[in-house]
Design a protein. Structure first.
Length: 175
């Protein structure tokens, strides 16, 4: 499993996903609320609200890039506070999975990552196209890809880090 780490603003990510949409057919799925089974699906990245915003109670937001027509459903599980629902790679046979850190309320931009899950030919194409588009549109800084707006913010002094509570030595530095 090849994992790609990246830092992006919502506009950086929407730009890459829109470019991928023009090359490979795909749909999106998001499970925004663990207390409900509802999974929201979208046809275009520009339709996804709160892209790269952290939700209360979540460490990351997961965005599934799926072949068109793929059905997904959150499954229930017991939690000390009652029934909760989850959508994880186990519930999806094949997808490109993005774990989006994004914009933290304290002002930091948190590292995100994506990988391919499963062997569906369309998912392979989506993943390959996404990596190619990031190579074109993002810069390499350390082991991460950094979107144009995120790079401008890094140069202006915004914290780009793998964790909101990371010490300063854990921050990404512009070369």
């Amino acid at each position: 499993m090849k994992v790609t780490y990246f830092y992006a603003t919502p506009d950086d990510l929407r730009g890459v996903l829109t470019a991928v949409e023009s090359i490979a057919a795909l749909g999106y799925a998001v499970h925004p609320d663990r207390s409900a089974a509802r999974v929201e699906t979208y046809d275009r990245a520009t339709d996804i609200p709160d892209l790269l915003s952290l939700f209360p109670g979540y460490f990351v937001q997961e965005l599934y890039l799926l072949p068109p027509g793929t059905a997904v459903a959150a499954v229930p599980f017991e939690h000390v506070t009652g029934i909760r629902y989850r959508l994880t790679p186990r519930e999806v046979s094949s997808a490109v999975i993005m774990q989006l850190g994004g914009e933290h309320p304290d002002g930091a931009l948190i590292r995100s990552r994506f990988w391919q899950h499963g062997s569906d030919a369309m998912v392979q194409r989506i993943g390959r196209t996404l990596r190619q588009q990031m190579r074109r549109d993002f810069q390499d800084v350390g082991e991460a890809k950094v979107g144009r707006q995120a790079m401008a913010q890094l140069r202006e002094g915004r914290r780009l880090t793998f964790d909101a509570k990371a010490p300063p030595e854990g921050y990404l530095r512009a070369g």
